[in-house]
Design a protein around this ligand. Structure first.
Ligand code: ZN
Length: 460
């Protein structure tokens, strides 16, 4: 009788043991001790009126149970989000929050963004592992104040304008907006960090009636705009009809042999590719090079006029015809002058060489930056005498004129750009225009010329 009894005990013991092992296997992972991880997608220093905050909360163990984001300031607390996750917990929560400090009862000044989360671990009597991270922030919901220091800016369609103004937060990003186009301003007076200037343009391709205003955004993301007193002179550009002969098309196509895509087989298709696709590509290269600038004015009085007889002008609208049909359009974005072949091409003003290379339709092309977003371009050169990074003086040789790129005869194509936008060069050639629209602006505001630090003012 003793033997079956001990066998029963053994069986019971084994069942209990199996139960314990199964229980252990079930419970152990549920008691994992790794807390959720909390991270911000980028450092957060300031909170403006409305601030987007991206949070990532992950848990490699049992998953997240809940997440809570609050803001705290001097004993006050505002809840931004309080989210629970159903079982089984989620491994990752990507939260896109819109934080509005004023609506949360916060005031200007230091505050703390608090992120708390717990996972579905059975630790702490089923309450899970908890994480808490605090992010100190500065609440700043006051937009910068902008005020103009210029009386009135007269600007022509395709022309340049200059704004001189004050922004009461020196760290703010600022400039001038012309319709949707934004021009970034600079702070060229080291002892007056709030005094700013910005060259802008009324683009030749912009429609009539664009709003022109001063604009600023502080480090907390608060933006403000202020009216800029402007008067726009609407100018009509010249229109030219150009008939393309097979002979011309053949000559042009030969210039770009090897660059034209294989699928453009006809002479006309090749021309259209050069005049449209290549032109656009070239303009991107030019825009990028001409935007490289620094905050000081390198030039002094005016920009020297190109030598030679004036040919095509700035803004000319060109319509191309082939066998009586309109086939392509283009706008001439500079002023052409023709002199003797291979005549010296001189720097219009003191500047820094930002580009000296072959650029498609512009052929051998030199771009000078004169500071504050202002640049000049010299195209179709037969040879170049400068290299990127050189500083050149007004009148210094840049190379020789030529007919490289999309040029049928030896001439100089000269452009002026304001932050990558082509403007009318004749304004910059005219000492009266420069005096009335640029130099007198500084006088008006009681400011010295914004020259590089240490350079002597003219007449002093
Ligand atoms: Zn030209």
């Amino acid at each position: 009788m003793a033997r079956p009894l001990s066998r029963i005990f053994l069986i019971v013991f084994l069942i209990i043991l199996a139960g314990l092992v199964a229980g252990f296997i079930y419970v152990w992972p549920r008691l994992e001790g790794s807390p959720p991880e909390i991270s911000l997608d980028k450092p957060l220093k300031y909170l403006g009126r409305e601030q987007r905050v991206y949070l990532k909360i992950s848990d490699s163990g049992r998953g997240l149970a809940w997440v809570r984001v609050t803001m705290e300031q001097k004993g006050k607390q505002g809840v931004i989000i309080n989210q629970e996750f159903e079982a089984p917990g989620v491994p990752l929560a990507s939260l896109k929050l819109m934080v509005k400090p004023l609506q949360l009862g916060m005031n200007q000044g230091p505050a703390t963004l608090v992120v708390e989360a717990a996972d579905r671990s059975w630790r702490r009597w089923l309450k899970g592992n908890r994480s808490r991270r605090e992010f100190p922030v500065q609440v700043d919901t006051t937009p910068p104040r902008i005020s103009s220091l210029t009386q009135m800016v007269r600007i022509r369609r395709g022309g340049s304008g200059l704004a001189v103004y004050l922004v009461d937060e020196p760290q703010a990003r600022h400039g001038v907006r012309v319709g949707k186009k934004f021009y970034l301003g600079v702070s060229p007076w080291p002892d007056k960090p709030n005094t700013k200037l910005c060259y802008f343009a009324y683009g030749e391709d912009q429609a009539k009636g664009q709003k022109i205003e001063l604009w600023a955004m502080d480090v907390a993301g608060n933006a403000a705009a202020a009216a800029l007193n402007t008067r726009v002179h609407w100018k009509r550009f010249k229109s030219d009809n150009i008939k393309l002969s097979d002979r011309t098309l053949r000559k042009i196509a030969a210039r770009f042999d090897g660059v034209i895509p294989q699928n453009r087989t006809s002479l006309l298709a090749k021309f259209i590719w050069i005049n449209q696709d290549l032109r656009q590509e070239n303009h991107q290269v030019i825009e990028e090079a001409s935007r490289q600038s620094q905050p000081y004015q390198l030039w002094r009085k005016t920009f020297a006029r190109s030598v030679g007889a004036p040919k095509a002008g700035y803004g000319d609208r060109r319509t191309f015809f082939y066998k009586g049909k309109e086939v392509s359009k283009g706008v001439h974005l500079g002023a052409d002058t023709a002199h003797t072949e291979k005549s010296p091409v001189k720097a219009s003003a003191r500047g820094i060489v930002r580009l000296a290379a072959k650029v498609g339709i512009y052929g051998n092309c030199v771009i000078l930056s004169h500071g504050q977003g202002l640049a000049t371009l010299y195209a179709h050169l037969s040879s170049m005498a400068v290299k990127v990074g050189d500083e050149v003086q007004r009148g210094q040789d840049l190379g020789r004129s030529g007919a490289t790129g999309l040029a049928l005869g030896d001439h100089l194509h000269f452009s002026v750009l304001v932050q990558g936008v082509y403007v009318n060069p004749t304004e910059w050639w005219d000492p009266r225009w420069v005096r009335d629209n640029v130099l007198s602006r500084f006088k008006e505001a009681g400011l010295p010329l914004p020259l590089p630090p240490g350079e002597t003012q003219p007449g002093s």
